[in-house]
Design a protein around this ligand. Structure first.
Ligand code: NAP
Length: 291
């Protein structure tokens, strides 16, 4: 197939390389600051170039500042409107975190768009990279061994499940916060302790590291003021995050907000996850043969 890989960070660069290794023809757009392998054809964003692509891959997130393609590895800025005007109506656009505006603009131009970020297989495997990045930060920032330390994981979704498993594997004492009875049962079944997310404040003083995965402000002054001196608070939740960082700084709590970890710690694996998710979409669309 002919793919256009546009914008994004090192994940998109690695994705472009992986697609060429699978034998596809790959055109790279808005990646002019990256060192691309010679099999990838760097191209200018124009109708002539973009309409060749059967699948246009936009980055994660696809759009920044409302109207611009997310292109940190390009010296130029690209308006969403101008890019969509160059895409052929037979092409499929695959993008990460599709905003309402992008969805609307694509619909107006009768362009088909799919969000790979919204797919479960992407979210689960992306969580693996996120957790490896988080473990690196925890080990680097903690003055004590993870083994025998007391770890509190807030949230038992994809990242919460995987990080609890990894921490336990390192010999840590793991407690997980959740709010559903079914989650409490699973947490117990895995051999961790549980606490209701609404009751974090009453137990938080016991922990050496607190890892938040809940995309809501769960660590405010009431909770942060009880954290013991020297403990680490790591927020993995996307904006607006789960920690009141102003309160943490005022209280002298060591708090780190670590975003975009997959692209930073494992761009090849993160690129492979995007590639495999896009292949799944293409197979479902019958644009691509399975296997
Ligand atoms: P997830 O599977 O949806 O899990 C979210 C967890 O938070 C669930 O346990 C959920 O509980 C709980 N939760 C949500 N809203 C809550 C609220 N208002 N009060 C209490 N609990 C609440 O999400 P995920 O895939 O693990 O991702 C977690 C966060 O990390 C997201 O913000 C995601 O965008 C972000 N993320 C960060 C990185 C990074 O590099 N840092 C990478 C990927 C994703 P229920 O099941 O009861 O709703």
């Amino acid at each position: 197939m002919k793919f256009a890989v546009m914008g994004g960070d090192m994940r998109q660069v690695k994705l472009a390389e992986l697609l060429t290794l699978d034998g596809h023809e790959v055109f790279a757009f808005a990646l002019d600051k990256a060192a691309l392998s010679e099999d990838i054809k760097a191209a200018e964003i124009s109708k002539k170039e973009l309409e060749k692509a059967e699948c246009v891959i936009l980055p994660l997130p696809a759009v920044v500042n409302g109207d611009y393609i997310n292109a940190p590895l390009s010296v130029s800025e690209y308006k969403l409107e101008d890019v969509l005007a160059c895409v052929d109506s037979s092409s499929l656009i695959c993008a990460g975190m599709v905003s309402e505006r992008l969805r609307q603009r694509a619909a107006e131009k009768r362009l088909e768009i799919r969000d790979y970020f919204a797919r479960e297989e992407f979210a689960v495997l992306n969580a693996v990279s996120t957790v490896e990045g988080a473990m690196e930060i925890i080990i680097k920032e903690m003055p004590i061994n993870l083994c025998s330390s007391n770890c509190l994981v807030l949230g038992f979704g994809r990242i919460g499940k995987i990080i609890s498993h990894r921490l336990k594997g390192c010999g840590a004492n793991v407690t997980v916060s959740a709010r559903k009875c079914s989650d409490f049962a699973w947490i117990e079944a895995y051999g961790y302790k549980w606490v209701h997310t609404g009751n974090i404040a009453s137990v938080i003083s016991d922990y050496d590291v607190i890892i938040n995965t809940i995309p809501a402000k769960v660590l405010k002054t009431a909770q942060l003021s009880r954290i013991k001196r020297g403990s680490l608070c790591l927020d993995l939740a996307s904006k607006p995050g789960g920690i009141d960082f102003d309160a943490a700084s005022h209280l002298g709590v060591k708090a780190i907000w670590a975003l975009g970890l997959p692209g930073k710690v494992s761009p090849v694996s993160a690129g492979a996850v995007i590639k495999n998710t896009i292949y799944n979409i293409l197979v479902e669309q019958e644009r691509f043969e399975d296997g």
